[in-house]
Design a protein around this ligand. Structure first.
Ligand code: HEM
Length: 539
């Protein structure tokens, strides 16, 4: 009776939605677990029935208007991340990504952001370039080896993304690119990893002896666990190596304790000459902060709690996930669309050839200046969406207005990036791969159409503002500079140096289907291609 009374008085009752979802989160679980990531498709159905705000769980609302994105992910927001959603990444040992409170996360965000800043990344561009050149030779060698077998480009691109990231960040990179046929176990298990983590959201105490014993029976689960364990071992070894270095530095008294971020960034820039990986720098910065706090037990205690050994391992481990599959997905989606749109491919290749006529190197800054390449990357980011799951936030510390409605404290609110990127007012013919839309002189953006847009419920016409693949402050992606840099180099180098012949049948009018497993996973045929060197003829 008490339950019924409470349910009848619930403040979210005024919002429409399916009856079952009002009473149990298992309504959503059905789509996430049984319908294998079909929650996004169901959200579309629900919005079509119930309108722009839908009650999708006992305590959860989903929005479909891009304006809501800005209101939920607003600078200075104190909304916490949704504990149940982020528990799938194990928020017990944790990392900045799984820290729920933005005011706690900011401490680690600041340190991590400086070592992933543009100033830290640009001097390390050669590390990325060399790996991508190595990748290109492997693709060519595969073709000339006479095996006659096409390459699975999805696996190949995930391999290069994982190698670039781990080479740049850790002193012990994973080296997966050297596996025959781009088929390293770390790569084979990407999809099962993502599809299996959902179960943790609904059975959070996976570490209870019963569940551990139970999962031993599931061979697929076990294989994924083994791959996880192997990667974790590498991160742990890296941490130990870095800590040993720190001991040496401390004994030799050569680690200056400094408050000065600029000095730290200079330090990063100088050490770039030695190709230093970034994770040890991060640890060194943490170490410096701790030394500085020796006389302030409260700060020291807080730092130790935030950055204890397990947490530092968690931080390193999380970077592998945050920074690999997201970039690889953007590349795979972009390459697929380019190979199925010959006119767009021709135009981007011409732009590259004009800017880079000789077979020597091109400066990264010159790639960044190419408008069409930039538009191709933005369109690839838009149609790969970044993270597709609604990034649930808990309203607080007081009630707020979202889409003109007062939303009570404690409500979980979200809007998937897909509803922003596929909004027809912001991006006409949204499922079409059309880099033109990002160019200022785009013929599709006439004064008339812009006037119409500004009179719609979307008040700003700046499409860049609605590219939310990296989310928004205060929890936006801190790897954005690395991501952009890698995307320019992968797209620029691959299409300047190689010609791909798709073996998979690609239909330009068929939008790519994906499932919602936090980041999108693409069922269906893998992208099989052969690759050969491009010949450039100049008059
Ligand atoms: C195309 C590539 C990438 C995309 C689309 C992307 C997307 C995102 C998104 C949407 C978020 C917000 C997640 C949330 O609210 O829970 C995020 C957070 C994050 N990203 Fe990325 N990311 C990319 C690359 C990277 C790279 C290369 C790194 C680092 C090596 C990285 C590290 C992080 C971290 C540490 C966070 C957590 C920030 C926080 O919770 O405060 N990401 N990313």
């Amino acid at each position: 009776i008490q339950y019924i009374e409470k349910a009848l008085r619930h403040p979210l009752n005024r919002f429409p939605g399916p009856q079952l979802a009002r009473h149990t989160t298992w309504y959503r679980a059905y789509y996430e677990l049984i319908k294998k990531g079909g929650w996004l498709r169901q959200l579309e159905v629900l919005h079509a029935i119930y309108g722009p705000i839908v009650r999708v769980g006992p305590n959860e609302l989903h929005f479909n208007n891009p304006r809501a994105y800005g209101e939920i992910h607003a600078p200075g927001s104190r909304f916490h991340k949704d504990a149940a959603l982020y528990s799938i990444f194990g928020n017990k040992s944790g990392s900045v990504f799984t820290r729920l409170d933005p005011q706690v996360a900011v401490v680690v965000r600041n340190i991590l952001s400086s070592y992933l800043s543009r100033r830290a990344i640009v001097p390390r561009v050669t590390i990325i370039q060399e790996k991508v050149i190595d990748f290109i030779s492997r693709l060519k060698a595969h073709n000339t080896s006479g095996s006659g077998k096409a390459i699975n480009l999805d696996h190949a691109v995930h391999s290069v993304a994982l190698d670039v990231l781990t080479l740049l960040i850790f002193s012990k990179p994973f080296h997966v690119l050297s596996a025959p046929e781009f088929d390293h176990p770390f790569i084979q298990h990407i999809e099962p990893t993502y599809t299996n983590i959902w179960i943790k959201k609904y059975l959070p105490d996976m570490n209870t002896p019963f569940l551990v014993a139970f999962t031993r029976f599931l061979s697929k689960f076990n294989a994924v666990a083994n791959v996880f364990a192997a990667q974790l071992e590498l991160v742990k070894e890296d941490l130990d190596l870095a800590l040993q270095d720190l001991e040496v530095l401390r004994d030799g008294n050569s680690s200056p304790v400094t408050d000065d971020t600029e000095e730290f960034e200079n330090d990063l820039t100088q050490t770039a000459a030695t190709d230093g990986p970034l994770y040890p720098f991060f640890l060194r910065k943490v170490h410096e902060q701790m030394q500085k706090s020796m006389n302030s037990p409260n700060t020291l205690g807080r730092l130790q709690q935030l950055l204890g050994r397990n947490r530092l391992i968690g931080e390193g481990f999380n970077l592998r996930f945050a920074g690999t599959d997201t970039i690889a997905n953007t590349c795979v989606v972009g390459i697929r669309y380019l190979l199925s749109h010959k006119d767009i491919l021709k135009r981007v290749v011409k732009e590259l050839d004009d800017a880079w006529p000789q077979d020597d190197d091109i400066a990264y800054e010159d790639l960044e200046k190419l408008p069409y390449l930039t538009a191709v990357i933005k369109e690839s980011l838009r149609l790969s969406h970044g993270v597709v799951t609604p990034l649930g936030r808990v309203v607080g510390p007081e009630d707020v207005m979202i889409m003109g409605e007062s939303i009570p404290t404690g409500t979980i609110v979200g809007i998937s990036s897909v509803f922003v990127h596929l909004n027809t007012k912001l991006f006409p013919q949204p499922t079409k791969f059309n880099p033109e839309r990002w160019l200022k002189e785009s013929p599709s953006r006439t004064m008339d159409s812009m006037k119409k847009e500004s009179s719609s419920d979307v008040t700003e016409i700046n499409a860049d503002k609605y590219l939310v693949s990296f989310s928004r402050e205060p929890r936006s992606c801190i790897g954005i500079h690395l991501a952009w840099c890698e995307l320019y180099i992968v797209f620029g180098f691959l299409f300047r140096k190689l010609e791909f012949v798709p073996v998979t049948k690609l239909d330009p009018n068929q939008p790519l289907q994906f499932n919602d497993f936090f980041i999108p996973t693409y069922p269906g045929d893998p992208l099989l291609v052969t690759a050969r060197e491009r010949m450039i003829f100049h008059n």
